[in-house]
Design a binder for this molecule. Structure first.
Ligand SMILES: Nc1ncnc2c1ncn2[C@@H]1O[C@H](COP(=O)(O)OP(=O)(O)O)[C@@H](O)[C@H]1O
Ligand SMILES: [Mg+2]
Length: 292
């Protein structure tokens, strides 16, 4: 296996009894890459991540995380991972600083505790007991615990749920700086703008299967990304046209009608593309059910 690959997943499945939660997925994450796993609730994201973290067994398939099969990962392997689970069970009688210092002690090469407190935006709150923090602040402690060990690979399962917009921007800055240091990152999020901001590549998962995989600007294919020219005519009717040459179309419209109301060129966002992919998946599922 190439040393330049942080995560390799090949034909991974996970059954819970007769239910197939992960149904033969494959993807790679290159070293230093940020990869977003996107999909609706129940798609299989957390199951996949927890298999990679060594927290869950798989049913079949091949997995390598930093070159190691997570089912056989030892402490030195675990020390190279940073983990932010979807939900943390910390009740939090200790303070922010105590908790971070305590966890720093588990790692051979931890980050400076004050640096981490600053990075997660909790300066001034470090002496507060975790149970007294707001939900969003507690989540930032989770993120702090995920990075305290200076991980080569960071798993973030819905890290910013409950963040206010400012906290989310701060978090993005933190992730960008980790990325600049060469950290490989696997992220799940329901905020598609967050994925678009942070990820190099994404996989869209639905019903345990990957329905799209690719660069963040390419996923869904070129046809899904054709710009839309939108305007309102004199009667107030809204018009929309999809065209690869929006500038030409706008120029022609203005030449014909002069200045137009509410004229805009809209490029489909990752969220638009994602919603189309999920809708298409759901249509296929219901057709398959009708046939069965
Ligand atoms: N321990 C479990 N036992 C039975 N079913 C489970 C278990 N954990 C997850 N599932 C089911 O597997 C599917 C995928 O769950 P999960 O990986 O948590 O999805 P996601 O993180 O994408 O929301 C869901 O239908 C969920 O109910
Ligand atoms: Mg989940």
């Amino acid at each position: 296996m190439s040393a330049r690959v942080a995560v390799e997943v090949e034909d991974l499945t996970r059954h819970y009894g007769s239910f197939v939660a992960v149904d033969g997925i494959s993807f790679d994450i290159a070293e230093g890459e940020t990869f977003a796993l996107l999909g609706p609730n129940g798609a299989g994201k957390s199951t996949t991540i927890e298999i990679l973290e060594g927290y869950r067994d798989r049913t079949s398939g091949r997995v390598a995380v930093l070159g190691v099969d997570p089912e056989h990962g030892h402490l030195d392997w675990k020390a190279r991972l940073g983990i932010v689970l979807q939900s943390s069970g910390e009740s939090g009688l200790v303070t922010v600083r105590e908790q971070l210092s305590h966890f720093a002690g588990y790692y051979p090469n931890p980050r400076d505790v004050d640096e981490v407190i600053a990075a997660i935006g909790l300066q001034g709150r470090e002496k507060v007991q975790i149970r007294r923090l707001s939900g969003g602040q507690r989540r930032r402690v989770d993120v702090g615990l995920g990075i305290i060990g200076n991980p080569a690979l960071l798993f973030l399962d819905e890290p910013t749920t409950g963040f206010d917009p400012e906290a989310r921007r701060q978090f993005w800055e933190l992730i960008r700086s980790l990325k600049a240091e060469g950290t490989s990152i696997l992220l799940t999020t329901h905020y598609l703008d967050e994925a678009a901001q942070l990820a190099d590549r994404a996989g869209v998962i639905a019903g345990g299967r990957i329905v799209a995989l690719g660069g963040i600007d390419e996923i869904g294919g070129a046809a899904a990304r054709v710009p839309i020219v939108r305007w309102k005519d004199a009667a107030g009717t809204v018009h929309e046209e999809r065209t690869d040459a929006p500038g030409v179309r706008v120029a022609a419209l203005i030449a014909e009608y002069g200045e137009l109301d509410a004229l805009e060129v809209v490029r489909p966002s990752l969220e638009d593309v994602y919603l189309d992919l999920i809708a298409e998946h759901e249509r296929e599922e219901s057709t398959a059910e009708l046939r069965a």
